[in-house]
Unconditional design. Structure first.
Lengths: 430, 266
């Protein structure tokens, strides 16, 4: 094909934030794929310098309105680590409960409102609702319960106000939590049905070979803290993150790209967690995954929507168990006295591993902050997926090619506000 | 109502976290009804379907922080009958306006290996600094009930009912114990605009100013009370200088309390 063709989309829809994709095709062969992230840089790591050790949970929540709890949890873990405090027992359970709420609302937003329309041929969920109103309404009902969980425990669904270093400002009473238990039991069936629904979609063929990286804990499907492990034998403490992964700054992107320190690509997020944490799925989620034909060997990024649905069901089950066993902690927070040092915090944001590191002086003032969000880590993997997909589909027209590229990007539920940024598609064919 | 006469709604994003536009998608019970009452003509977080302007109502999230933003907000204004800035970024510059008190080159060199790759303004500023704004909704994030009230009011051609009083008034009417007086918690409630439902005091926490300064806010008169519960000058400055730190009353009060590399006050 010797003609010159250029496709341009001004911004990618149904992702969090803004950016562009540039595809270069010369004489019918793919010569370049580049994700440009042009969401404005906000300089969080620099702005945190000179702030107190108590401030990162509130400040870093503002990196992402979709997954603020993830930022709050990784920040708390890192500061507590720096100060030599471990938050465990009922307070840790309450954090997990809060995090379950975020997984439910964020994953359900993505599954129903952002990603399902791709598979069913709609521009978005609002358009999809015209033909599938009950289905969209059911998704909203499920999402609402996730938000309710964050609201009751965290005080507010977006940028919760109740999280503090050491724990919470006030712990909810059993009475406040009781209605949530009813809600969760009610939507458990919806969560189960969601897995079966999305498992029936048509999935393009694509197999990735990225190294899969996720948190692991001996006793649970890891969400807060734990070892950083991979399917290729990586097994690290959070404090070893910086030695194993490096971030690079490339000209076209306001997001840093993370690689293994040997230069290898890796992937974080639902597919990685599922492959590495399969044995810890709760029974209902495990059964739904089996019925959907998912195994820990799943490597098709298009099927991440099914994994997300399984994780929603898991989070619903876990939240039910945590609520049934809830005992009000004796105090809303552990005391965290600042001291000079560096601390590391990791947790599993809905989109994948989120790493925070803070260095404090002896007054508790922050002298250095490093935040590595999931989308920065996934960006090299997303580009590789795209290259493979485009090479396999060069005969498609520009519109069809654009659609499949956008869909492939949304497989990773990229949060560009976090990574700084996402999508304008340019296909340059010559 | 036929599709032809539905008012066109657009939702725009500038420098932000996406949380304020998410507030609309988080109104699970009302979202589908809203989408029937208006034509959602531009809302990239929700749909790739785009309808050309002009738009009857534009909700604008985020602050102006790049040269491209400066041009784009003019286009949004030109295409919009009613422009509403939503949230602390759009109404006050947001958390990223902390850069306004610092040196951008220094900040950029801390985060990025190659600051020259970036295209960013020295400042992050509210929408109203660049184009006329018809209405604004405060908050970090905005409140979903206020958003529905605003959309309903604009559709009905009336003024939205939004409180201009302080969080203290909301707190008292909710029957909360005063966290500042009774528990010694630093609280910005007396100088912060209402709208959140006095959320933080309900969780035994002092207000940290998400909704920005109330009309004629006087942070200086609150300072002695903050000092009496143990906040030194720098702590007071940091408390005022977060998500609405560039809003003039908070900016002025924090600037006299924090040592800055550049003494920017305007």
């Amino acid at each position: 094909m010797s003609e010159d063709r250029t496709i341009r989309v001004d911004a990618l829809a149904r992702v969090e934030g803004e950016g562009a994709l540039h595809v270069e095709i010369r004489d019918g062969a793919l010569t370049g794929v580049a994700l440009e992230i042009y969401e404005p840089p906000r300089f969080f790591e620099a702005l945190l310098r000179g702030r107190r050790h108590t401030e990162p949970p509130d400040i870093t929540a503002r990196i992402c309105g979709i997954c603020p709890v993830a930022y709050q949890m990784s920040a708390c873990e890192a500061i507590e680590d720096a100060c030599g405090v471990v938050v465990d027992g009922p307070l840790r359970d309450l954090r997990r409960l809060l995090y379950c709420g975020e997984w439910i609302e964020s994953h359900t937003l993505h599954v129903y409102l952002l990603h399902a329309p791709d598979f069913l041929g709609y521009d978005g969920a609002l358009e999809m609702a015209a033909d599938h109103r009950d289905r969209v309404a059911q998704g909203l009902e499920l999402k609402k319960v996730g938000n309710a969980l964050v609201e009751v425990v965290g005080g507010r669904a977006i940028h919760p106000i109740n999280v503090r270093v050491g724990g919470f400002h006030r712990v909810p009473t059993r009475r406040e939590l009781a209605p949530l238990l009813d809600d969760l039991r009610r939507v458990r069936d919806i969560a189960e049905d969601t897995v079966a629904w999305v498992a029936g979609f048509d999935f393009p063929d694509l197999t990735h070979d990225h190294e899969l990286v996720a948190l692991a804990r001996p006793d649970e499907y890891a969400v807060i803290g734990g070892r950083i492990v991979s399917d290729r034998g990586l097994d690290l403490a959070a404090s070893e993150f910086s030695g194993a992964f490096v971030e690079q700054h490339v000209a076209r992107s306001n997001a840093l790209h993370a690689f293994r320190s040997d230069g290898g690509r890796y992937l974080v997020g639902p597919l990685a967690r599922f492959a590495l944490g399969f044995d810890h799925l709760l029974p209902g989620a495990r059964a739904a995954a089996d019925a959907a034909g998912l195994t820990p060997d799943e490597r098709n990024p298009f099927r991440s929507i099914v994994v997300r649905a399984v994780e929603v069901l898991h989070a619903v089950e876990e939240a039910i168990a945590l609520l049934e066993g809830y005992e009000e902690p004796d105090a809303p927070a552990r005391a965290v006295e600042p001291r000079a040092g560096t601390g590391h915090g990791v947790s599993e944001a809905p989109r994948g591993l989120l790493y925070h590191r803070y260095t404090l002086d002896d007054e508790g003032m922050i002298t250095d902050a490093v935040i590595v969000p999931p989308t920065a880590q996934n960006q090299p993997g997303i580009e590789t997926d795209l290259a493979r997909l485009i090479e396999d589909n060069l005969d498609l027209g520009d519109d069809a090619l654009r659609h499949v590229c956008e869909q492939a990007i949304r497989n990773h539920d990229p949060c560009i506000s976090c990574a700084t940024h996402f999508l304008d598609l340019t296909v340059d064919r010559r | 109502m036929s599709a032809a006469v539905r008012p066109r709604l657009a939702v725009w994003k500038f420098s932000s976290c996406d949380g304020c536009q998410l507030t609309l998608l988080d109104r699970e019970d009302e979202l589908l009804a809203v989408a029937e009452a208006v034509e959602v003509a531009y809302f990239l977080e929700a749909t790739s379907g785009v309808v050309e302007g002009p738009y009857d109502v534009s909700l604008v999230e985020g602050s102006i922080s790049t040269p491209h933003d400066v041009e784009r907000i003019q286009e949004v204004r030109a295409a919009s009958k009613v422009l509403v800035s939503i949230g602390a970024c759009a109404t006050a510059g947001g958390i990223q306006a902390l850069r306004n008190f610092a040196d951008l080159d220094e900040l950029a060199s801390i985060v990025y290996a190659h600051p020259s790759f970036l295209s960013a303004l020295d400042t992050s500023t509210p929408i109203a600094d660049h184009v006329p704004v018809d209405l604004e909704l405060r908050g970090c994030p905005i409140d979903g009930r206020q958003l529905l009230e605003l959309i309903g009011a604009v559709l009905a051609g009336r003024k939205p009912v939004l409180p201009a009083h302080s969080v203290c008034v909301e707190c008292k009417s909710a029957g909360n114990v005063c966290v500042l007086v009774a528990h010694g918690e630093p609280c910005l409630g007396p100088v912060t605009q209402a709208g959140c439902g006095a959320l933080c005091p309900r969780y035994h926490r002092g207000c940290y100013g998400c909704f920005g300064p109330m009309e004629s806010a006087a942070p200086e008169s609150l300072a002695p009370a903050l000092a009496s519960v143990g906040l030194d000058e720098a702590d007071q400055g940091r408390l005022l200088r977060t998500f609405n730190g560039w809003a003039p009353p908070f900016r002025a009060a924090s600037t006299v309390r924090l040592p800055d590399p550049r003494r920017r006050t305007t």
